[in-house]
Design a protein around this ligand. Structure first.
Ligand code: SAH
Length: 545
């Protein structure tokens, strides 16, 4: 059980604008935290509609919760979730005006550490209620980063014994206990033991320093690396919890077996070429090892789509990538939409037209071992950065072989056509196509041909990039071609700034459609011969004759 680690996203949940100030003060102190606000009352980083349901969902996902409301509201919201076993994230209630911090749940996951930190940020003393912690000034069962508690149940018994009047020795090096108020005695029966060795000692609180490095000099396909590491550690009597990192030669950077093993062993994976030639070697240090200081990580490049604009239509996977990012690249407008960012995150904003240059830059950063995120609006694969990133890889990988070792992933998003369609009803309910009307990267004659053929095929058409100042006449020309295949009453959906504060949706007919009604922020969906209107809704039936 670790204490609160900074990589966990935390949710600061507020019910109204009155709590925003306190929420931002707490947020400024906690890396990776977002303010979640009740949509109808306050504009925060993340919007929710139902407090109890939202808090339950956060709890179920293991997210630390800092709720700026009465303890009672939080307790009632979570009551039915508490019986579920499993990891319990820290949950705290904080008075809206910042005058009280009450840790409620998550003693094992560092709620008191978090309470102290928040108390410090607000200039108040937290309401710590844990007896062991009050008595010893330390939660013995939540050792600091770099150490792991061997067995929580035995740990609880140990703390009860101390509370009942027993004394303890400390064996090994535990600097964080120096100012703990422990009942120490040199001849005590009980002992706090800091050791990398596995032990089944009933009279000890065993804490393992993460001080073992496993060097994997050779990996074969279908290799169970985790099992090899386990066996090697067993042979030397070491606890698997004492493992700090896996290290391997740079040529294995793309090895799936190694990645799986690091995941299974829950340790970082680092690469360097200074290790020995052995298949596997364990190096046991005498203090916790900071894995970040060894060699480098495999860099990651994640291309994400933010969705059309509002926070709730961004996928959790995209949000997780943003939280984990060290570098964020993208067109200025989208990068701003993706914020706010922490001080430790580097933001690279560029002009919209420099896509290939941006993609190359992303590969360069990721090749250094950094966690890089490239942002697009909507879906990254629809007229956006995912293709640009692959174009850069395609033309660059021969000259930059290190780009191929980058862990590349594309995280989908809600594309503008889908978001617009949902607002209007279901115009894409039957076969459809998506076309960009921009002739920056393709000849206009190709666009005309595709519109004509889509018209002939009776497909619903979603037009991206319908019009810009540099392309004044093209949209009217496109409509002219559509009209050869569709009647004047064909429904047309115009979605502008969908999901953003200035959102506007209009339903017109093809006869009424003209370029004055659209701009670069508009999505145009033109119905097929079967697209219909019912009430305020536009839909295309699933059947076709
Ligand atoms: N990758 C994006 C599309 C980029 S092309 C996606 O999947 O949505 C840019 C075009 O998308 C704009 O010219 C406009 O036609 C459309 N668009 C993007 N965001 C929009 C929004 N919020 N509302 C309406 N149209 C949008």
């Amino acid at each position: 059980m670790a204490r609160v680690t900074t990589s966990m996203p935390m949710a600061i949940v507020i019910l109204g604008a009155g709590a925003l100030d306190t929420a931002r003060r707490i947020q400024a102190r906690l890396a990776h935290s977002r303010v979640h606000g009740l949509a109808s009352r306050v504009n925060a980083d993340i919007a929710y509609d139902d407090f109890a349901a939202h808090v339950r969902a956060l709890y179920a996902s293991g997210t630390p919760i800092i709720a700026l409301c009465s303890a009672g509201i939080v307790i009632r919201a979570l009551a039915m979730s508490l019986a579920d076993k499993g990891a319990e994230p820290p949950v705290l209630a904080v008075a809206q005006d910042g005058s009280a911090v009450v840790p409620l749940l998550g003693g094992m996951s560092g709620v008191n550490v978090l309470a102290r930190e928040i108390g410090d940020a607000l200039g108040i003393a937290p309401a710590i209620t844990t007896s062991g912690e009050l008595r010893f000034g330390q939660c013995l069962l939540a050792p600091p980063e770099g150490y792991a508690l061997a067995d929580i149940e035995r740990g609880k018994r140990f703390v009860s014994d101390l509370l009942a009047g027993e004394t303890t020795r400390i064996e090994g090096h535990a600097p964080w206990l120096d100012d703990a108020d422990l009942p120490r005695a040199r001849d005590a029966r009980l002992a706090v033991r800091i050791t990398p060795l596995a032990t089944r000692d009933e009279d000890s609180l065993v804490i393992h320093p993460r001080c073992v490095l496993a060097w994997i000099g050779h990996v074969s396909p279908d290799d169970d690396v985790a099992e090899r590491v386990h066996a090697a550690m067993r042979a030397q009597g070491l606890s698997p919890l004492a493992l700090a990192a896996l290290t391997a030669p740079v040529r294995y950077m793309t090895s799936r077996s190694l990645e799986d093993a690091a995941h299974a062993l829950n340790v970082p994976l680092r690469f360097h070429d200074a290790g020995d030639t052995q298949d596997i070697a364990l190096h046991v240090g005498d203090a916790p090892i900071d894995a970040q200081s060894i060699g480098r990580a495999r860099g990651t490049l994640t291309v994400i789509g933010l969705g059309p604009g509002s926070a709730e239509s961004m996928t959790p996977a995209a949000r997780a990538a943003l939280i984990a990012a060290q570098d964020v690249l993208g067109y200025e407008t989208y990068v701003r939409m993706a914020g706010p960012f922490r001080d430790d995150q580097r933001v690279h904003m560029t002009d919209n037209r420099e896509e290939l240059q941006r993609a190359r830059h992303a590969f360069e950063l990721a090749s250094e071992g950094r966690r890089v995120v490239v942002v697009s609006s909507g879906d990254p694969g629809v007229f956006a950065m995912a293709a640009a990133v692959l174009e850069a890889l395609d033309e660059g990988h021969a000259v930059h072989p290190e780009w191929s070792a980058v862990k590349l992933s594309i995280v989908p998003g809600v594309s503008a056509s889908l978001a617009t369609a949902a607002r209007a009803g279901a115009p894409l309910g039957h076969d459809f196509c998506a076309l960009s009307l921009s002739d920056n990267l393709k000849p206009w004659s190709v666009i005309e041909k595709r519109i004509a053929l889509a018209g002939e095929a009776d497909l619903v058409m979603a037009f991206y990039n319908p019009l810009s100042k540099a392309r004044p006449w093209q949209f009217d020309r496109a409509i002219e071609i559509v009209k050869r295949h569709r009647g004047a009453h064909t429904p047309v959906v115009l979605g502008r700034d969908i999901g953003r504060p200035a959102e506007a949706l209009r339903i017109v007919t093809l006869g009424e459609l003209k370029s004055e009604l659209v701009d670069m922020r508009t999505m145009v969906i033109i119905g097929s011969s079967t697209t219909r209107i019912v009430g305020d809704w536009v839909y295309t039936p699933r059947w076709y004759e």
